[in-house]
Design a protein around this ligand. Sequence first.
Ligand code: FPP
Length: 246
Amino acid sequence: MSARQDEREIPQHIAVIMDGNGRWAKKQGAMRIFGHRRGVQAVRDITEGCAELGVAHLTLYAFSTENWSRPKKEVDGLMSLLIKTINSELPTLMKNKVRLTAIGDLQGLSLGVHKKLLGAIDTTRENKGLNLILALNYSGKWDLTQAFKAICGEAIKGTLKLEAIDEGLVADYLSTKGIPDPELLIRTSGEMRISNFLLWQSAYSEFFFTDVLWPDFRKKHLDLAIDSFNGRERRFGKTSEQLDFQ
Ligand code: FPP
């Protein structure tokens, strides 16, 4: 079930591949990290927009398992930006009842980032508003692999029977356990691929691609994405005629 606002259906879960920070910086003749810094303004605006619209979950692809292969200077810059942003935004998250959570191989983050993140997650855990999910050191293949390992581990121990393994059980072993699949997945900057994001969870997501670079993405663009989502016929494998008779 999705929330309704005016006549529009508001997705319960929106996922975003925030792309184009580097290109945005290049256009200004600035270092890539400058684009990431400006990207934080978009994060703030879209988080606020989703909270205002009544979106329940917003997942932001902030750092993929593949992003470690970027130059060390950029990786270090992104990690310190994350710590700085958590410090500066925590009071606003509390004020707006936003709960911060994270998915990904969090143990693989540096001790400083890990500690800061867990601290913020703990501070906001009772907030009942938007669930802001940061995908950090995340990839869809990592998520599926860790789920397979856990499932096989249980099966080998004998605590899980093979017949008990179905789609619902697999979903419960993913890092997104308990969170509905995203109905809408947005990618900025004109690229049209999934880039190892929520591979299982996006099976039936509606995709919205825009040429807008992430640092320029604002509530008005989010609105266009939601309008586009509302124009889609979500068939889930059925025919249009079958939907008419539901
Ligand atoms: C992709 O742009 C962006 C990232 C890999 C990082 C996203 C990070 C932020 C928006 C800032 C920090 C976020 C939070 C939640 C505090 P790109 O660098 O791949 O851009 P390009 O494709 O133009 O090079």
